[in-house]
Ligand binder design. Structure first.
Ligand code: PEP
Ligand code: MN
Length: 337
């Protein structure tokens, strides 16, 4: 249920309404829009909307049939714009995140970060705990990897994103990352999402391999209902009958999500296609379609990579693409950085 307050409703009136619904067992989430303050009433039992409509300062009560509320456009009409290390995601801004699939060594991270930083990239990616399909594949360097990426990122004044796989890792990640990445395979790890609702940093939720957009938004809702409003959605390709690419990159998710939600949506063309030569065309298409950002795998020596070398760009190749994206973005009224 969404309670739209009248234009000019006082703080006192907003507080009273919030208290009223809290007493009925709902959690009240207040969103201050340009014209109206909206109070999202989440949880609770059935209530007669007229009881709320009668309260001072209330304009209208909207019953929402969709299961997600806090991430919906109805709750917050304006785009959420998140900023990490000076890079903005959402609204008229698109941000770029780049780096290798996996943190392999200090030398490898140094080699790639020094180049990315010289191109102007401000957010470095790299997995320390890897969700591999095979238990025999390289599982990541663990905490050692997080130490490496943090050290290298600090040297080049970059922010860090890395995938957190379970609740027990959250305190560790708090020390090293700026964005918590939830992997596709963990999109519906509801206990993890609930805990990430209490962290004070942005959470990037990758779309599950076979998740519908509604299920994906429900995952964002889990984090937001815990109190963390800083959620970024990342489309990384879904599983279809097509075998020519590793996954089918659903670029249509951009306009669909933008209509349903105010949250920023970014595209991962690396996992989305699985093939290096498909990364540039899909990145350009994503920017043209209005993406709020891109996360691209880049490796200094893709043929030596321990994981996902075939979909990783060479640094110089990335730089060429980055320059092109900066030319495309303004045509649709966005700035990409
Ligand atoms: C990743 O980005 O490192 C990753 C493992 O991607 P996904 O969870 O989308 O498979
Ligand atoms: Mn990867």
């Amino acid at each position: 249920m969404l309670i739209v307050m009248r234009h000019g409703a006082t703080e006192e009136q907003i507080k009273n309404v919030a208290e009223f619904i809290e007493n009925k067992g709902f959690a009240a989430h207040v969103s201050n829009g340009e014209l109206h303050t909206v109070i999202g009433a989440v949880g609770g039992k059935v209530i007669d909307p007229r009881d709320i409509e009668l309260l001072d300062g209330v304009k209208e009560v909207i019953k929402i049939s969709s299961s997600y509320k806090l991430c919906s456009r109805m709750f917050q009409p304006n785009d959420t714009v998140l900023e990490v290390n000076g890079i903005k995601f959402g609204g008229e801004h698109a941000g770029v995140i780049a780096g290798p699939c996996t943190i392999e060594s200090m030398e490898q991270m140094e080699a790639v970060a020094s180049k990315l930083s010289s191109y102007g990239v401000k957010i470095l990616r790299g997995g320390a705990f890897k969700p591999r399909t095979s238990p025999y594949a390289f599982q990541g360097l663990g905490e050692e990897g997080l130490k490496i990426i943090r050290k290298v990122a600090d040297k080049y004044s970059m922010a860090v994103t890395s995938e957190v796989m379970e609740i027990s890792q959250i305190p560790l990640f708090e020390k090293y990352v700026d964005i918590f990445q939830v992997g596709a395979r963990n999109m519906q790890n509801f206990n993890l999402l609930k805990e990430l609702g209490h962290v004070q940093k942005p959470v990037m939720i990758k779309r599950g391999l076979s998740a519908t957009i509604e299920e994906w938004l429900m995952s964002a809702e889990y984090v937001m209902s815990g109190g963390n409003r800083e959620v970024i959605l990342c489309e990384r390709g879904i599983r279809t009958f097509e075998r020519a690419t590793r996954n089918t990159l659903d670029l249509c998710a951009i306009p669909v999500v933008k209509k349903l939600s105010h949250l920023p949506i970014i595209i991962d063309p690396s996992h989305g296609t699985g093939l290096r030569d498909k990364v540039a065309p899909m990145s350009k298409a994503a920017v043209a379609a209005g993406t709020d950002g891109l996360m691209i795998e880049v490796h200094d020596c893709p043929e030596c990579a321990l994981c996902d070398g075939a979909q990783s760009l060479y640094p110089e190749q990335f730089n060429e693409l980055y320059k092109t994206l900066k030319l495309i973005a303004p045509i649709i009224g966005k700035e990409i950085r």
